[in-house]
Design a protein around this ligand. Structure first.
Ligand code: ADP
Ligand code: TPW
Ligand code: MG
Length: 579
């Protein structure tokens, strides 16, 4: 028996020291800060941690791949304004999760990736430990902040720093490195309790300067053809009432970026989504609210933005975002809730709504475009085309506006974004800033867990493949998720042929694949839908039952264009004309 053990044993029972350890301190620190859901994959050195977390009442969602758990955590952050927690093992488990952490940072979602790691002494001397990797160094360039905790007494502070870094200012991904040894470290329970930190006001309001508010309103008032662009920062801000009041008071048309759809319903009379090109080209003053002038907005220049120079107003919490691509005449740095409230307050009574001729020009274009689209959405072709299938889903979402819509693919994404109207804030989540495939099942799981709403995933067959194994997770947790796979036999379409040999072309998959059969392996409901009518019945049944369902929607393999709507980003060969 060691001397330390002897001395503890020697104490009378009533004065025995109460102890705690790293496992419990991490759990207590998470719970103290209201972080009660973990998305992850267990294994050395965090298996017991996951078990203990679950035993303590934390909801532990165990995935089949860390990337999907990470995407789930990232979107949980977007939906709740609290950092989503992803838990992984060391080395490759960490790397799998890192993709999602980078994604969270790029999309301004708060997330904390917690990874177990191997022994510092061995890693630093590169002596070949089990799963040896210098994770902290690798994480740093891909996230907003990265921390490592070496002593159990620092767990409270370590987590507090991670939370603040994730949610304050522009939200983003944070890496928290917890070496295996830390979990087993034992300290006095009282000292442990005292070391925990409850983060107060993690994302403090950032009030805009009164000058900036006045400048912005002066520019907006000068507009003859104003336009408001709402981005996912505005959706994240959860200032829904203020934003709606401001947009309505301004009287200006608004354009929602894809994840800002529903802040005001897409059917709102001021919504210019169906007149996007006209609104962007012909406007004279554009106000950006939580939207960056990145590739998704053509960097604020070029043909899309028309010939006339525009005056720009921008609200963002990140000062460095202003003037990122073009000059911003009226920057307003602050949180969207505070900025929009300040503007509403300063607008007073008698604000002159946008000129009638501008509003009617937008309305005319919108009606024209909607009218052109309408008959295509009603076709009952079998096999289906995108419009027939999406027409049905559009009606279902209209009838069930609380559905969470998850969307990825190329044509499947671009067409669904335009066709399916969204009626409530934060009901549409998709590929985001990088346009990446693979968010589907992770997003669906987190959407179900965090919101309790039914989830409808509209997935290209390629897109679905990136996270498809998580249908087992969906079945295991019995989540109300209905996945519709738009099966056109491939990436963009299924008709490409390899003229040089017998291998299939790089963009095509097994013809006539039956994705619906996959979910049956896990006890879910699989349905093969060959017409819009069948699709409609299947989705409605899934929504009514709440049972995990996968519908293989059979699309004509010939429908779909190269890269959906962003084919212009494909480099062109100078040697041969691309098909
Ligand atoms: P979208 O892709 O919808 O155009 P982006 O992700 O490009 O949106 O832009 C979101 C912007 O919102 C980011 O520049 C981010 O700094 C900003 N943002 C995020 N949260 C807030 C907030 N609470 N207040 C102000 N700006 C915010
Ligand atoms: C992580 C490149 C963009 S869109 C897409 C790929 C592979 C799939 C399109 O086919 P899908 O949709 O989903 O069947 P549809 O309706 O057009 O047929 N790897 C990652 N991200 C991206 N964006 C790609 C590859 C890509
Ligand atoms: Mg496809």
């Amino acid at each position: 028996m060691s001397a330390a053990a002897q001395s503890v044993d020697a104490k009378p029972a009533d004065t025995q020291q109460e102890l705690t350890d790293g496992f419990h301190l991490v759990i207590d620190a998470l719970k103290l800060n209201g972080l009660t859901t973990i998305y992850g994959v267990p294994g050395i050195p965090i298996t017991d941690f996951a078990r203990m977390a679950q035993a303590s009442g934390i909801r532990v969602l165990s995935f089949r791949h860390e990337q999907n758990a990470g995407y789930a955590a990232s979107i949980a952050g977007f939906l709740t304004r609290k950092p989503g927690i992803c838990l992984t093992v060391s080395a490759l488990g960490f790397l799998n999760g890192l993709t999602a952490l980078a994604h969270a940072t790029a999309n301004c979602f708060p997330m904390i990736l917690i990874s177990g790691s191997s022994e510092r002494e061995l890693v630093d001397l590169q002596q070949g430990d089990y799963e040896e990797m210098d994770q902290l160094a690798i994480a740093k360039p891909l996230c907003k902040a990265a921390f490592r905790v070496l002593h159990a007494a620092d767990i409270g502070i370590g987590l507090a720093r991670a939370i603040r870094a994730a949610v304050s200012g522009r939200p983003g991904g944070v890496y928290l490195d917890l070496p295996a040894k830390l979990f087993g470290q034992v300290i006095d329970a009282d000292a442990g309790r005292r070391s925990l930190v409850k983060v107060i006001d993690a994302a403090p309001a950032q009030i805009p300067a009164p000058d900036a508010v006045k400048r912005a309103l002066d520019v907006l008032r000068s507009a003859k053809k104003p336009l408001i662009i709402l981005g996912k920062g505005a959706a994240y801000a959860q200032a829904d009432d203020e934003i709606r009041a401001f947009v309505e008071k301004s009287g200006a048309p608004f354009l929602p970026m894809s994840m800002a759809k529903g802040l005001l319903p897409d059917t709102h009379p001021q919504c210019a989504a169906a007149a996007r090109s006209t609104a962007l080209k012909d406007s004279d003053v554009v106000m950006l609210i939580g939207a960056r002038l990145n590739w998704l907005l053509s960097h604020g220049k070029g043909k899309t933005w028309g010939d006339e120079p525009k005056k720009l107003i921008q609200i963002d919490i990140e000062p460095k975002e202003i003037d990122s691509n073009v000059e911003i005449m009226a920057p307003m740095v602050g949180d969207i809730g505070s900025c929009v409230s300040a503007m509403l307050g300063a607008m007073g009574h008698g604000w002159q709504a946008a000129p009638v001729d501008w509003m009617s020009a937008i309305a005319k274009k919108r009606e024209e475009n909607i009218g052109k689209m309408a008959p295509r959405l009603m076709n009952n072709n079998s096999p289906m085309d995108y419009h027939g299938a999406l027409g049905v889903l559009r009606t279902i979402v209209k009838e069930r506006p609380d559905v969470m819509l998850v969307n990825e693919g190329a044509n499947t994404l671009d067409l669904a974004r335009g066709i399916i109207d969204i009626y409530q804030p934060r009901k549409r989540i998709d590929v985001g800033t990088w346009g990446i495939m693979g968010i589907g099942m992770g997003y669906a799981i987190a959407a179900a867990i965090e919101t309790g709403s039914p989830v409808l995933c509209v997935e290209g067959d390629s897109a679905f493949g990136f996270s498809g194994m998580e249908i087992e997770t969906i079945c295991r947790y019995r989540l109300p998720v209905c996945i519709v796979v738009f099966n056109n036999d491939g990436i963009y379409r299924g008709t490409d042929v390899n003229s040089a040999g017998s291998d299939p072309a790089p963009t095509v998959f097994v013809k006539g694949a039956r994705y619906d059969k996959m979910i049956e392996a896990f006890g879910g409901v699989g349905i093969n839908a060959t017409s819009p009518d069948e699709l409609k019945r299947a989705v409605n049944a899934a929504m009514d039952s709440g049972k995990p369902t996968l519908i293989n929607a059979v699309l004509d393999p010939a429908v779909g264009s190269e890269s959906g709507r962003i084919g212009k980003f494909n480099p062109q060969s100078v040697l041969g004309k691309k098909k």
